[in-house]
Design a protein around this ligand. Structure first.
Ligand SMILES: Cc1cc2nc3c(=O)[nH]c(=O)nc-3n(C[C@H](O)[C@H](O)[C@H](O)COP(=O)(O)OP(=O)(O)OC[C@H]3O[C@@H](n4cnc5c(N)ncnc54)[C@H](O)[C@@H]3O)c2cc1C
Length: 380
């Protein structure tokens, strides 16, 4: 008879819950510790590319997660003169849905609970030890075969183990809002408009709501206001005025950061999600790759005799895809946010030209094309 394996997970966000569900479905006994009094997510939309959708299918959360969500059939990017720069951006051969974050989070929590995961709220983790101990604010310690730090960008688990290489403030960010959806709004289509360092995305996210993201550099004081300065945004994007005027006070601006780690694992501890590789959201993949790495982690450690060795293999498998996604996402942000104003026509020509290369788009969207079920290592 094989021994029951135990995992303790810090963080009940998208990464922690996905990993928990995937491990429990492999027969592990799993406990998730969330510092908040209840599990919750902000009200916004979220892009789910093929890799994330496959994970949702594999852990039995897909139907609940995408129920009422929008299948994106078309995506266009336009510049300050409303010229079409790209259409169908990165969508070749992959599915793309936009759904509500709260619904995604709930579907993951339900999948985890169905698989037998125990979720403990008001449980704040302060660190971990390489031999598999999780440490808590109230002085408790608990031991497990596997510890997972899924405690977000300021991860206490990562910091306690000295795994942080860099946390970089990317000097830009965005406000995320949900607005009422009108029958006249385009269905199945996402729009992204650029003007100077500002960008606005218009994305249907459910039957009743459209997700609007408004991005700008951190030094754009008017752009960062919450509630949004509608006059200022309409001036930048007159073609989107009918959407901008529907903005309310249901979101706020937040800056973007990149997290880089020396390693994602030490001993019996793995760090995943934003704790390991937070990235700007420009490619809509931060959560997608977090779900992917969490799912693959469960596949790789299951049945492994030596957990630390399995974690080494897991990082080797997943790191190239995640590092490339983080790098391209940062580059997208630089082009979209920091391009000199005097050369916007050059930017438009460049972005238009890049949109013609299917192979480049495939490289940029490497995560969506990666086979999350392949843990053989042949592709890495
Ligand atoms: C503007 C914006 C738009 C985005 N859009 C997309 C998108 O369209 N598609 C996409 O794939 N990704 C997107 N992302 C990225 C995505 O939101 C994140 O990558 C994802 O939420 C990370 O999940 P996580 O579980 O790793 O971290 P978090 O969501 O930060 O969850 C961490 C959890 O751990 C808990 N916690 C923290 N510290 C402790 C502690 N000490 N003890 C116990 N619990 C703790 C927190 O309360 C939280 O519940 C976007 C990000 C931003 C900022």
């Amino acid at each position: 008879m094989t021994r029951q394996m135990y995992a303790e997970i810090a963080g009940g966000g998208i990464a922690g819950l996905t990993t928990a569900a995937a491990l429990a479905r492999k027969g592990w006994s799993v406990r998730v510790h969330e510092r908040s009094e209840e599990l919750r997510e902000i009200g916004a939309g979220i892009f789910m590319w093929e890799n994330a959708l496959r994970v949702l299918e594999a852990i039995g959360a897909y139907d609940e997660a995408i129920d009422g969500g929008e299948k994106n059939e078309y995506w266009e990017i336009r510049d300050e003169r409303e010229r079409l720069l790209q259409s169908g951006w990165m969508m070749q051969g992959t599915r793309l849905y936009t759904i509500l974050r709260s619904q995604l989070h709930r579907s993951l929590a339900n999948a985890a609970l169905r698989a037998g995961v125990e979720i403990v709220t008001s449980s704040r983790v302060t660190g971990a030890t390489p031999d598999g101990e999780l440490l808590f604010e109230d002085g408790r310690r608990t031991k497990a075969d596997l510890i997972v730090g899924a405690d977000g960008v300021n991860s206490a688990v990562r910091n306690s183990l000295g795994l942080t290489k860099r946390v970089t403030d990317l000097r830009d960010g965005c406000g995320r809002y949900l607005i009422n959806r009108l029958p006249s709004d385009a269905a199945g289509r996402s729009l992204e408009y650029w003007n100077g360092g500002r960008r606005v995305g218009v994305v249907p996210a459910s039957k009743d709501t459209v997700y609007l993201y408004i991005c700008c550099p951190a030094n754009d004081i008017a752009g960062k206001l919450s509630p949004p300065d509608k006059a200022s945004w309409t001036k930048s994007f007159p073609a989107l005025s009918s959407y901008i005027e529907r903005l309310t006070d249901n979101g706020r601006w937040a800056g973007f950061s990149d997290v880089a780690c020396r390693k994602w694992h030490v001993g019996r501890v793995a760090i995943i999600g934003d704790a390991a590789h937070a990235m700007s959201p420009n490619l809509g993949q931060g959560a997608g790759v977090s779900m992917q790495t969490g799912f693959v982690l469960a596949q790789v450690v299951s049945g492994a005799v030596d957990v630390p060795l399995a974690l080494q293999r897991w990082e080797k498998l997943q790191r190239p895809v995640v590092d490339a996604t983080q790098k391209f996402s940062r580059l997208y942000g630089r082009v979209g946010t920091r391009w000199p104003r005097a050369f916007l026509d050059v930017r438009s020509a460049l972005v238009w030209g890049l949109g013609k290369s299917a192979s480049l788009q495939r490289r940029i969207n490497v995560a969506a094309h990666s086979d999350v079920t392949d843990t053989s290592g042949k592709r890495s």
